[in-house]
Design a protein around this ligand. Structure first.
Ligand code: RFL
Ligand code: PHB
Length: 396
């Protein structure tokens, strides 16, 4: 913690130094807006969280315009399509059907590394190890954010607070319950994810629908693979040794890939439960929520990080309008604008999840309809175009 002074001042306080908070800090710093970001964990902890891997076209442009796109464009892998497989056959979704756009495979760990470096370069204040973060005076002109570092209390007086503290954050708790609706649904599936230093199964992602459950073959680079398996919500890591995971992947991927897949030791292994959550509205008085703090969706459509970034696009522009033009119109419209894209994305992620996952007890009608929908995607360019448009990301 740089500041010796326990009473600090900023125009905007950002709670959460994950990708959403760091990108907001970067864009506001570029616009000469005074920002302080509070992160509860260490920088190393944030940098080692293995999560997203697919970056939408719009996210790439946003990062590039914020001055953090250089490494993404040189080291990220441009993907102009992916495969969907079912019953040992596969077909390709050509993403360029969506106005010639592509996505980029580039790990969230790399994005946070780039964002930290860029923030450092601008001299941004990111305070790590901030505990017991709380917000007071949100209905006044000068809210205050309080926190502790090693037991010592600090206070920041500010104009606005951005809650970018993820699904387990505290920001949204400062919105009165009667002013907020939390929409929630839990899916009966989890994903078991592994990272391994092996060559990817294919040069594009493979989304595999299978009676035994969904599987995804993804990657981080040509020597680092990321695989996911659909499991129930009641599993233990100890019941999933590497050999069992590789065996299961081989069963769920088409033969064409399972016979040649390179296997190796996992270097990371974890479960993620699939759920959709939307907090509505995304603003109350001088507090604005963005990213996972406001919404969560199943990872099937690769949307969480991208949606966090589109929130930041709307929110950063709204702050810039306020500080540079004196207009609070965009701040007042932030929640409505962001939520329009949130609901579209929640719908797409649900559709893709239902299309590709196999419920434990699937009745024959449901299975037939799932196969019919997969066949329609394979046969119809219009259906593939609609999928491609959502996957590369609906425009901001
Ligand atoms: P984060 O990343 O959770 O960051 C929030 C930060 O806030 C800090 N924090 C606090 N700080 C101060 N005070 C407090 N009280 C605090 N409480 C929490 C946390 O320590 C953390 O550093 O949220 P953010 O920035 O909104 O970013 C969201 C993304 O991380 C998330 O949506 C994606 O990872 C989702 N996701 C994917 N998104 C994609 O766009 N494409 C993908 O391919 C993709 N794959 C995935 C995913 C998420 C996954 N898991 C593990 C949930 C694959 C998986 C398996
Ligand atoms: C990933 O590589 O982590 C990944 C890719 C695509 C998804 C979800 C996760 O849909």
């Amino acid at each position: 913690m740089k500041a010796k002074n326990q009473n600090l001042k900023a125009q905007v306080v950002i709670i959460g130094g994950g990708p959403a908070g760091l990108l907001l800090s970067q864009i506001l710093m570029n616009a000469n807006i005074e920002v302080i970001t509070l992160e509860t964990r260490t920088r190393n902890h944030v940098l080692s969280r293995i999560r997203a891997g697919v970056i939408e076209y719009g996210s790439m442009e946003l990062l590039k315009n914020a001055g953090v796109g250089e490494r993404l464009l040189s080291e990220g892998i441009k993907h102009s399509g992916f495969l969907i497989s079912s019953q040992n056959k596969d077909f390709r979704i050509d993403l360029t059907l969506a106005g010639g756009k592509s996505v980029y495979v580039y790990g969230q760990t790399e994005i946070t590394t780039d964002l930290y470096k860029a923030n450092d370069k601008l001299g941004a204040t990111v305070i790590h190890g901030a505990k017991n973060v709380s917000i007071q005076g949100l209905t006044t002109k000068n809210p205050q954010v309080s926190f502790e570092i090693s037991g010592k209390p600090y206070h920041i007086i500010c104009d606005y607070v951005a809650g970018c503290d993820g699904s387990k954050g505290v920001s949204k708790n400062f919105i009165p319950k009667e002013k907020m609706t939390v929409h929630k649904t839990q899916y009966p599936y989890s994903w078991l994810g592994i990272l391994s230093k092996t060559k990817p199964a294919h040069d594009e992602l493979i989304y595999a629908s299978h009676e035994r459950g969904f599987a995804l073959a993804s990657m981080r680079n040509e020597n680092l693979s990321r695989y996911y398996l659909q499991t129930t919500n009641h599993e233990n890591i100890s019941d999933w040794p590497d050999e069992k995971i590789w065996d299961e992947l081989k069963k769920r991927l088409p033969n064409e890939f399972s016979t040649t897949i390179e296997i190796g030791e996992s270097i990371e292994k974890s479960f993620t439960g699939l759920r959709s959550i939307v907090v509505e509205p995304m603003q109350w008085e001088r507090l604005f929520l963005a990213g996972d703090a406001a919404h969560i969706m199943p990872p099937t459509g690769a949307k969480g990080l991208n949606l966090a970034f589109s929130d930041i696009h709307y929110l950063a522009n709204a702050f810039i309008d306020f500080y540079q033009k004196g207009s609070s119109n965009s701040l007042n419209q932030y929640s409505e604008r962001a939520l329009a894209r949130v609901w579209q994305t929640i719908r797409f992620s649900k559709w893709m999840t239902n299309l590709l996952h196999t419920p434990a007890k699937i009745n024959s009608i449901e299975r037939k309809l799932q196969l019919l929908e997969l066949q329609e995607l394979s046969d119809s360019i219009l259906a593939r175009k609609a999928l491609a448009e959502n996957y590369v990301g609906v425009p901001y």
